[in-house]
Design a protein around this ligand. Sequence first.
Ligand code: GLV
Ligand code: MN
Ligand code: MN
Length: 415
Amino acid sequence: MSELDLRINIERLSTRLADLSAIGAIEGTEGSARLALTDEDKAGRDLVVTWMKDLAMTVTVDGIGNVVGTMAGQSEGPPVMCGSHIDTVGTGGRYDGNLGVLAGLEVVETLTAAGITPYRPIAVAFFTDEEGARFAPDMLGSLVYVGGMALEEALDIEGIDGAIVGPELERIGYNGSSPLPGAVPHSFVELHIEQGPVLEVEGITVGAVESVQGISWTEVTVTGQSNHAGTTPISLRKDPGFVAGSCVQFARELALELGHPQVSTVGRIEFHPNLVNVVPASAVFTVDIRNTDETVLRQAEARFAEFLAATAEAEGCTVETRTLARFEPVPFDPAVVDLVESTSQRLGYSVKRMPSGAGHDAQMMARVCPTAMVFTPSVNGISHNPAEYTSPADLEAGANVMLQVMLSLASEDYQ
Ligand code: GLV
Ligand code: MN
Ligand code: MN
């Protein structure tokens, strides 16, 4: 069979997606909870590594726990790499990240079954802690892989539960010795669900992702005066809860005022001591602000900081902030984006160029090699939710596009 006619096997891919989602399964749903470096993450890693070895791939693990499986090519140069992550948020779906990794294994199995050895090696990676839900920043493993953060700094990061990255990596046995920064691939392509509504609403099968929007995560701690909820007159309060609540409201107003595609979210909030009849002593919350335009993103950050300072001051509270993540918008390689678009057209799939609203490992890999992404539709645009769903036909389309894009990139003719 000619390479151009090669197609992935959707039953095999769906079975692997189901088997992986059974680890950390959230009862009564198709989703999973495999927060980075937990026991569930370890079990998921072990399963995927077993699959890599079953496919005769060479498996390496680096010091931040990134795993790369490689299928030999006819040449020994850098591989065409694909991949994503298998950690999830606490309320994760079956497809976020997992699709990109397991579709990579499906590419390898399809090539192997057809007896095809591409000119360049094919590598499939899963990167540590892409979600950032337990240890910030997000995309931690791929950031370290490309040299964007020193390994020592990453190993010292404390999670939301007080755990530290280094000891957790050791505990689960994924503190490997493969060198960091990691070897630079020939090129990188990540298949991922869109996690938004655009493809579904427009009835389009494939997204050729041109860029990833900028991401700004801040943790805010507001400290006031804890006091009796019944006896303390409003005018005498120093209430961090009020400041936090006002910020939640302002985050929405700001996004509406700046207009699409500005988004802002307060996703985590904790009051202390968190009791019904106590004015809180402190409030800790996070704000996630994103935009495709760096200038507007900076404006949004400045406006939010101004509002926070003024509201806290008026309430007699003090504020401390800590940056958890800050990544500028990332453009992908125009030639690889073109290849995703033309490959989709050749395979008969409708395709649209689009930015990504979510962060992805591909945005880190874009720092070191030509990179782009393939999106498949998300039903109702739902993600970071166990109800996340993409139809088998759309998964198949996305994986076939990735297969053919990787074959093109891995051929001797592609420079
Ligand atoms: C990562 O999934 C993010 O975009 O928050
Ligand atoms: Mn993801
Ligand atoms: Mn995610």
